[in-house]
Design a protein around this ligand. Structure first.
Ligand code: GAP
Length: 518
């Protein structure tokens, strides 16, 4: 546990030191759960967004993008169910005065049971070596079976109580499990209450005439209200999808864990409109497709898992999360939701406008069903960043900090380094930079000894360092150093573009989706 915490602290301090993520308004002591992205962070975030957009929009003929406004007519949120049902159950500790999400306290308790299971598996793996059958062990080991049953029964009771709005039972469960306040250890809890997560604001110049608005808590509704506009203007035929990326806002109760849970964050969402009755098939399709997208980045298959929802949101008939192993354990990274005709049907009702599709083949009108994929861009950033940050022991007894970002996402693709600051080497290095900058984000660095510059670029996550030395002046070659292997190679300046291109090209990376088993 202490180790996990230390690792997470390292992630946060590295993000700050290398210009990835800063606390918002830091000079005023910060604003809780709001963050700014620095010069490297903005590039990494843009690259993740583009990697998603390429896969979801540009490579799918039947998916188009939009960019809807953050402000929407307030009735939108009545129709979507957010005014009445977008609540979190909160509980306060009377001694520490700390506020928690009751469901998160319970889920964290179950998370600890999961850690115990992992420990049992690791122990057995060591004991049985090559003969170890993990699946069989999990299914038959009495202790593990008991842990699994225990976790399931806790989560199922919580889901049922929340479903029935039986908040007294949620509190009873916390007390029965003997859950203590993580800050103080106290078990002196208040009752559980519901808390709406939307931020309100006002539109209009004078207080009397101002209209109450909400900052959107999800980007999805901007897609639903534009369903007919896009379908008609784009001449889209079902099945088809509408995607968008953009800011969303939630007044989160428990806003800890850095950029994992923020009050202002960015989502990348896609709503796929389908014929009623085909939702199961599309649900499976998008679960598999999205998992393959994640696996294409090579962060390690063992770091992902599906989690089927027991407690369904007010709009869904099936839902699963893709969970990722963050520095603080497995947590939700992306959601895949079968939203039925809840949203379009409800907007029809509240707006009085028909939101239907005419199917020429069957000659009938219907309100389409919707399959949604929804991922937090900041959460994806944290997944990639934390997984990539590594401390490596080297053969010569030293160590290095390296940010092994997938090359396709790395903010800077190459650093051009003159070996010394004289003899015409900086000029040649600048010529290379001037040429490469049209194709890639590249940087120039001449300060300090070259070894230190390599280390600096390792920590920045730059996949290639290109060093210009005296031989360059004679034969137009440079050394290229690879971040991950630290190997160096002599190559012609003329070949640099194609070497870098091969390593960072989205086509190469996204084609890996075809090789993945979800
Ligand atoms: N339209 C469906 C929807 O918004 P959600 O599960 O509430 O579903 C989708 O959110 C994704 O948005 C999550 O899987 C997560 O990646 C991201 N997300 C949600 N709340 C967040 C927060 N407070 N901070 C950062 N990311 C968040």
């Amino acid at each position: 546990m202490a180790n996990q915490e230390d690792n997470f602290k390292k992630v946060i301090s590295h993000a700050k030191e290398y210009g990835y993520v800063f606390q918002s308004s830091e000079i005023y002591d910060g604003l809780s759960a709001v963050y700014d992205y620095g010069h490297n962070g903005v590039e990494l975030k843009k690259n993740i967004r583009e990697y998603w957009w390429k896969a979801m929009v540009q490579l799918n003929e039947n998916i188009v993008g939009i960019d809807a406004a953050i402000f929407m007519h307030p009735t939108t949120w009545k129709a979507s169910g957010h005014v009445d049902a977008f609540n979190d159950p909160l509980i306060d500790n009377k001694d520490s005065k700390k506020r928690y999400r009751a469901d998160v306290l319970i889920e964290d308790y179950v998370g600890k049971i999961d850690t115990k299971i992992e420990k049992e598996v690791k122990k057995a793996e060591k004991r049985f070596g090559d003969n170890f059958n993990k699946q069989k062990f999990i299914e038959t080991n009495p202790r593990v079976v008991e842990y699994i049953e225990q976790g399931k029964s806790i989560l199922s009771r919580m889901a049922k109580s929340l479903e029935k709005e039986d908040l007294a039972d949620v509190k009873a469960l916390i007390e029965e499990l003997d859950i203590a306040c993580p800050m103080s250890g106290s078990k002196n809890w208040t009752d559980v209450k519901q808390f709406n997560l939307m931020f309100g604001t006002k539109l209009g110049a004078s207080a009397e005439n101002a209209m109450d608005l909400y900052l959107r808590p999800e980007t999805a509704q901007g897609i639903f209200v534009n369903f007919l506009n896009v379908q008609k203007a784009g001449r889209m035929k079902i099945p088809f999808g509408i995607a968008q990326t953009g800011k969303a806002f939630r007044n989160e109760i428990v806003a800890r864990q850095f950029i994992f849970r923020m009050r202002e964050f960015e989502q990348m969402e896609m709503q796929f409109f389908i014929q009623p009755g085909t939702q199961q098939e599309w649900y499976e399709h998008w679960k598999e497709n999205r998992m393959k997208w994640h696996l294409s980045l090579g962060l390690g298959e063992e770091n992902y898992r599906f989690h089927d929802h027991e407690k369904l949101a007010h709009y869904a008939d099936a839902a699963a999360d893709i969970e990722f192993r963050f520095p603080f354990g497995f947590k939700e990274l992306e959601g895949i939701h079968s939203r039925t005709d809840f949203d379009l049907g409800s907007h029809e009702k509240y707006s009085g406008k028909k939101l239907q599709y005419f199917d020429h083949e069957t000659n009938r009108n219907y309100v389409p069903y919707v399959l949604e994929t929804s991922i937090g861009l900041d959460r994806m950033f944290l997944a990639v960043f934390s997984n990539s940050l590594q401390e490596e022991e080297l053969e010569n007894g030293t160590s290095r900090t390296v940010l092994k970002l997938p090359a396709v996402l790395a903010p800077t693709k190459a650093a051009i380094l003159p070996l010394v600051k004289k003899d015409g080497l900086p000029e040649v290095a600048h010529e290379i930079l001037e040429d490469l900058k049209w194709d890639f984000n590249v940087t120039y660095d001449e300060k300090d000894a070259v070894g230190r510059r390599y280390r600096r670029q390792d920590a920045n996550g730059t996949p290639f360092c290109i060093t210009v030395d005296h031989q360059t002046l004679e034969d137009q070659t440079v050394t290229i150093r690879y971040r991950d292997s630290m190997e160096q190679e002599r190559v012609a300046i003329a070949d640099l573009k194609s070497i870098i291109h091969k390593a960072v090209d989205m086509r190469t990376w996204l084609l890996k989706m075809e090789d993945q088993r979800a």
